[in-house]
Ligand binder design. Structure first.
Ligand code: CO8
Length: 386
C-alpha cells in the first residue's frame, strides 16, 4: 500500500528532533535559571534574548533569502514549545518576532522584506504586532487608529493596546483605518519604527502571568511615514492581519504545549519524592490517573498542533480552522494540566517556592491572546472542515 506522504509531514523529522535537543539544553541551561526571578521582578528576560540571539533561535522563521535560518513552521513551533517549557515569558521573544514580521513576509514588497528582515534575522531588532486597541479587541475591524495620505507620506494617529515587546522592539506592524466607510476593507497595514517621530509607549501593564514579557500601549501622534512603508495594497491590512493569525495561532498552541509539558515534567518528579502514608504519592492510583490524563491531553494537543504546523508550511486551504483549533484546544489543555500540577503539589504547589504556580498563571494568557478561545470558536464555525 502506498505511504501517506501528507501524514508523514505531521511527524517531526530527525532534524526536528535534533533541534528539540539543542533548544531544550539551551533552555535548561540559560533560560530556566532566570525564570523565577524574571516573574518575581516582572523584568524583561534579557538573558533569554541574549542566549536565543547567540544561537540564532530568536527568529528562526525568517526566510534564508533575507538572511534568516529559514526554519519551517514545525521547527518554529518546537523552538517556542521548548522555551515555554521552562519560561513562557521568554517564549514570547521568538513567537512575537514571527507575529510582528509575518505580515511583511506574507504581503510586503521586496524592498520592505529586504529592509526589515535582515536586522530581525541578525538579532539587531525585534518586531511587534499592533492590531488591538482599547475599544477594539475581539472586534478587531472596529479599530479607530487612522492613517491619512499626505503626498508621499501617510500620517498615523491612534492608540494600540496590549502590544507585546512594545518599547523593546525596533519595528511595529500597525493596522490602521485608511477608509472609514469600508470597515475591514478600509484597513491597511504599515511598518512603523520605534524611532519615528510621534511614537511613544504607555506604562507596562501589571499582569497575572507572563510578567517578564512587556505589554504596553503604543501611541501614534502624527507619525509621518513614507508611503512605501505600507504592507501590500491599500485596504488589504485586515486580511493580512487575519492571514497572519492563521499561522501564528499555532505558535500560541506551541507555548501552551510547552508550559503544559513543563508542569507535567515537574509534577512527575515531585510525586516520586513526596511521601505520605509511608510511600511516594506516585504509588497511589488516584495520582497515577491524574498523570495519565495530563499526558494524554498533552499528546492530543501536540498532534493537533504539529498537524496545524504542517498545514501552515504547506499553505493548506483548511489552515484557518486548524490553526484556531490547535490554539483553542492546546490552551485549554495547558490550563487544565497546569492546574492539575498545582493540585498534585498540594500546598507547596500554591507557593512561589515551586514553579507550577507560575506555570498556571502563565498558561491563562494562552486562552486569551491572539483571539480568545470564544473568538477561535467563531473562526472554526465559519471555516468548518469540508
Ligand atoms: C506570543 C504572542 C503574543 C502576542 C500578544 C498578543 C497579540 C494579540 O493578541 S494579537 C490580537 C488578537 N486579536 C484577534 O485575534 C482578533 C480577534 N478577532 C478576529 O479574529 C476577527 O475580528 C473575527 C474572527 C472575530 C472576524 O471579524 P469580522 O469583523 O466578522 O470579519 P470577517 O467578516 O470574518 O472578515 C472580514 C474580511 O477579512 C478577511 N478575512 C477574514 N479572515 C481571514 C483569513 N483568515 N484569511 C484571509 N482573509 C480573511 C476576508 O476578506 C473578510 O472579508 P470577506 O467578507 O470578503 O470574506
Amino acid at each position: 500500500m502506498a505511504g501517506n506522504t501528507d501524514f508523514d509531514l505531521y511527524r517531526p523529522s530527525e532534524e526536528h528532533d535534533e533541534l528539540r535537543k539543542v533548544v531544550r539544553q539551551l533552555a535548561e541551561e540559560k533560560i530556566a535559571p532566570h525564570a523565577a526571578a524574571v516573574d518575581e521582578e516582572a523584568r524583561f528576560p534579557q538573558e533569554a534574548l541574549d542566549a536565543l540571539v547567540a544561537t540564532d533561535l530568536h527568529a528562526v522563521h525568517v526566510p534564508e533569502e533575507y538572511g534568516g535560518a529559514g526554519a519551517d513552521a514545525l521547527a518554529t513551533v518546537i523552538v517556542i514549545e521548548e522555551v515555554a517549557r521552562v519560561c513562557v515569558s521568554s517564549s514570547l521573544i521568538p513567537a512575537v518576532n514571527k507575529l510582528g514580521s509575518l505580515p511583511v513576509i506574507l504581503s510586503g514588497s521586496e524592498e520592505l522584506k529586504k529592509k526589515y528582515m535582515g536586522p530581525l534575522a541578525k538579532g539587531d531588532a525585534m518586531f511587534s504586532y499592533c492590531l488591538s486597541e482599547p475599544d477594539a479587541g475581539s472586534d478587531a475591524a472596529g479599530m479607530k487608529t487612522r492613517a491619512v495620505r499626505d503626498g508621499d507620506f501617510w500620517v498615523l494617529n491612534g492608540v494600540k493596546r496590549w502590544i507585546t515587546n512594545a518599547g523593546v522592539s525596533e519595528y511595529y506592524t500597525v493596522m490602521a483605518v485608511t477608509d472609514p466607510e469600508k470597515r475591514s476593507k478600509g484597513i491597511s497595514a504599515f511598518v512603523v519604527e520605534k524611532g519615528d517621530e510621534g511614537v511613544s509607549f504607555g506604562a507596562p501593564e501589571k499582569k497575572l502571568g507572563i510578567k517578564g514579557s512587556p505589554t504596553r500601549e503604543v501611541y501614534l501622534d502624527n507619525v509621518r511615514i513614507p508611503a512605501d512603508r505600507m504592507i501590500g495594497a491599500e485596504g488589504t491590512g485586515f486580511a493580512t492581519a487575519m492571514k497572519t493569525l492563521d499561522h501564528t495561532r499555532i505558535t500560541i498552541a506551541a507555548q501552551a504545549l510547552g508550559v503544559a509539558q513543563g508542569a507535567l515534567d515537574y509534577a512527575k518528579g515531585y510525586v516520586q519524592e513526596r511521601k505520605q502514608f509511608g510511600k511516594p504519592i506516585a504509588d497511589f492510583q488516584g495520582v497515577q490517573f491524574m498523570l495519565a490524563d495530563m499526558a494524554m491531553k498533552i499528546e492530543a494537543a501536540r498532534q493537533l498542533t504539529y498537524a496545524a504546523a504542517a498545514k501552515s508550511e504547506r499553505g493548506d486551504a483548511d489552515l484557518t480552522f486548524q490553526g484556531a483549533a490547535a490554539k483553542c484546544f492546546a490552551s485549554d489543555v495547558a490550563m487544565e494540566v497546569t492546574t492539575d500540577a498545582v493540585q498534585l503539589l498540594g500546598g507547596y504547589g500554591y507557593t512561589r517556592d515551586y514553579p507550577v504556580e507560575r506555570m498556571m498563571r502563565d498558561a491563562k494568557i494562552t486562552q486569551i491572546y491572539e483571539g480568545t478561545n470564544q473568538v477561535q470558536r467563531i473562526v472554526m464555525a465559519r471555516n468548518l472542515p469540508k
